[in-house]
Design a protein around this ligand. Structure first.
Ligand SMILES: Cc1cc2nc3c(=O)[nH]c(=O)nc-3n(C[C@H](O)[C@H](O)[C@H](O)COP(=O)(O)OP(=O)(O)OC[C@H]3O[C@@H](n4cnc5c(N)ncnc54)[C@H](O)[C@@H]3O)c2cc1C
Length: 547
């Protein structure tokens, strides 16, 4: 019987174990080793007096469907709740909260009227953004920082008031360092293909207007984010319940991994050892670097190059009657140029139902990130004081909170710096020298929960494939370019060798083997960095390209 060890019981490790159990035969022993006394890693939901307080992530984006699919596979479909529609997100600017205009595709407007009416961007700023249509495309290919791209195409104001605060909110990142290719490759593609973002958006709108008009009753647009009624911890608990108990080794830290006689030896902090044929490192990259050092110091060195930054969240509950202005929105972002001490505030009880008792509002303040890490490293009381002082200035809240909780996330957010895709391709090339060694998680191909689940699923597929055919150590399949694979299409594939893979377009409504559908994989583009999603393809299967 082959033994698989998974190190790390966050969502990545749990998803890997779950999909391994689903896809592989019984002759497989799995050990999931977690250093903490609980499972879930960064997913922590706390229930107090009718409040559901999310200490880490609070939801997942629906455009990437892996998390929704997993919830449904676990029987949690009925528990899914969407973010409330029509709730704007604001930006704090010149002493006021301004709604981000409706129809913004990150920093690019897709709807003219709301954009022109918005008071967030000045008229010179709007004019500069409009000029984007007439600017030449960049000659050089390859990666670029999000700040450089936005400044170049849309101007400083679009960067400062929209793109940068969003990036601080989503990635806790400094936009001057953040890789566009690894976060929003579609913008690079649009510039390359249409010469301009705005022209690209226009072309896509015209194409969809010319497309077939859907028959039947008009369905509501899907919510942008989803979570679970009882908090994201529900997903962790459901996964844990599905895995056999003998699979999980809790409260044991892995100290190091070595390879002997074609097997991996995993050393735990209680002095015991686990032997495995395959090992999945579902730990943050800096920890993985320490664990693989004895196997491959070069791999360890490369993994260390992935930077992490610290953040903190403070959740505060107020009696609704104590708020001078009623909350109406999902929350607000604070531009770096405002020189405030928080980066964002999410209005949790407005964003999702079931987060607070009726008479209360629950809000969550974000502190730290790449541009203000030190602020996130203070004690609980200092964090709570800081959050309250800032809300006093930014929202006029002077009331005593009914609940106040602070959570520190020390070096918890991986940074996708410029060159990230090439760095990861190199890491994966080196890792491929060690049969049975797998890297998974937020550091590589996306840091959101759906990305982590997809990463776990891909890893499970890779292992299942090797179980059927242990000689299958082919590297990445030949990857077609954007000319041969179209967006938002289903393809059946047959990989003949590492150099040849046939793709046949299929009817998207017909169901293929679930595990090979990767609606969120970014498979299009000519750059090798955009391609690693295909490296774990089985011999045959079906995939769905990104819209
Ligand atoms: C404050 C915050 C808010 C976020 N908000 C969102 C959001 O709203 N939506 C979203 O999609 N994403 C969000 N994210 C990102 C997302 O939560 C993470 O990327 C994801 O949960 C990472 O999962 P993981 O399993 O890869 O890693 P982790 O959750 O870090 O799990 C790794 C596990 O490995 C264990 N471990 C470490 N070392 C060892 C060892 N030596 N031996 C054994 N076990 C070990 C750890 O204890 C941990 O349980 C947020 C992140 C943070 C920090």
């Amino acid at each position: 019987m082959r033994k698989i060890a998974i190190i790390g019981g966050g969502i990545t490790g749990l998803a890997t174990a779950f999909y391994l159990r689903q896809s592989a035969h019984a002759a497989l022993e799995i050990a999931l080793i977690e250093s903490a006394p609980r499972l879930g890693g960064k997913i922590v939901s706390s229930h107090e007096n009718g409040f559901v307080v999310e200490c880490g992530p609070d939801s997942f984006i629906t455009q990437k469907t892996a998390a929704i699919a997993l919830c449904r596979d676990l029987g949690l479909g009925e528990q899914l709740i969407g973010s409330r529609s029509g709730k704007p997100t604001y930006v704090w600017d010149r002493g006021e909260l301004h709604p981000i205009p409706e129809g913004m595709m990150l920093m690019a407007p897709t709807m003219m009227l709301p954009f022109l009416r918005s008071r967030l961007i000045s008229w010179p700023g709007k004019l500069r953004m409009g000029m984007e249509m007439f600017l030449p495309r960049r000659d050089e290919t390859g990666d670029e920082s999000l700040a450089s791209f936005t400044r170049r195409r849309l101007g400083e104001e679009a960067l400062e008031k929209i793109a940068a605060p969003l990036m601080a909110g989503i990635f806790a990142a400094d936009p001057e360092k953040l890789s566009l290719q690894s976060t929003f490759p579609m913008f690079l593609e649009m510039e390359k293909k249409y010469g301009s973002l705005l022209r690209g958006i226009l072309k896509k709108k015209q194409a969809s207007a010319r497309g077939p008009v859907p028959s039947g009753p008009k369905s509501l647009p899907a919510p942008m984010f989803m979570t679970l009624r009882g908090g994201l911890q529900q997903l962790v608990d459901a996964l844990a319940a599905r895995l056999h108990l003998e699979t999980i080794v809790l409260h044991r830290q892995v100290l190091g991994v070595t390879r002997e006689h074609d097997r991996y030896q995993i050393e735990l902090n209680d002095g015991s050892r686990i032997w495995a044929d395959e090992v999945v490192f579902a730990t943050p990259a800096d920890i993985t670097a320490d664990l693989v050092r004895a196997i491959d110091p070069v791999l360890a060195f490369k993994l260390r190059a992935i930077r992490y930054v610290s953040t903190a969240t403070v959740s505060l509950a107020f009696l609704r009657g104590d708020l001078k202005t009623p909350l109406n929105g999902a929350g607000f972002l604070v531009p770096h140029s405002a020189h405030r001490k928080i980066t964002a505030c999410s209005w949790s009880s407005q964003k999702f139902s079931n987060r607070a008792p009726d008479e209360f509002e629950l809000v969550r303040v974000f502190i730290g990130g790449a541009r203000a890490e030190a602020l996130a490293e203070q004690g609980d009381d200092a964090l709570i004081d800081l959050a309250r002082q800032e809300l006093r200035v930014l929202m006029g809240i002077t009331a005593q909170p009914a609940l106040a909780r602070a959570y520190r996330w020390s070096k918890a957010n991986p940074q996708y710096d410029v060159g990230h895709a090439a760095r990861i391709a190199e890491i994966e090339r080196i890792a491929a020298w060690h049969p049975g060694l797998h890297l998974a998680g937020a550091a590589y191909h996306g840091a959101g929960i759906p990305d982590c689940i997809s990463s776990g699923m891909r890893t499970a597929m890779e292992i299942a494939k090797r179980l059927v055919d242990p000689q299958d150590t082919d590297g990445p399949a030949h990857v077609p370019t954007s000319d041969s694979l179209k967006e938002n299409q289903s393809y059946d594939f047959h990989r003949h060798s590492s150099a040849r893979c046939n793709f046949t377009q299929t009817d998207p409504s017909s169901r293929g083997p679930r595990l090979f559908q990767e609606p969120d994989a970014r498979l299009l583009g000519d750059d090798p960095g955009l391609r690693p999603g295909l490296s774990s393809l089985s011999r045959r299967g079906r995939l769905h390209t990104a819209p």
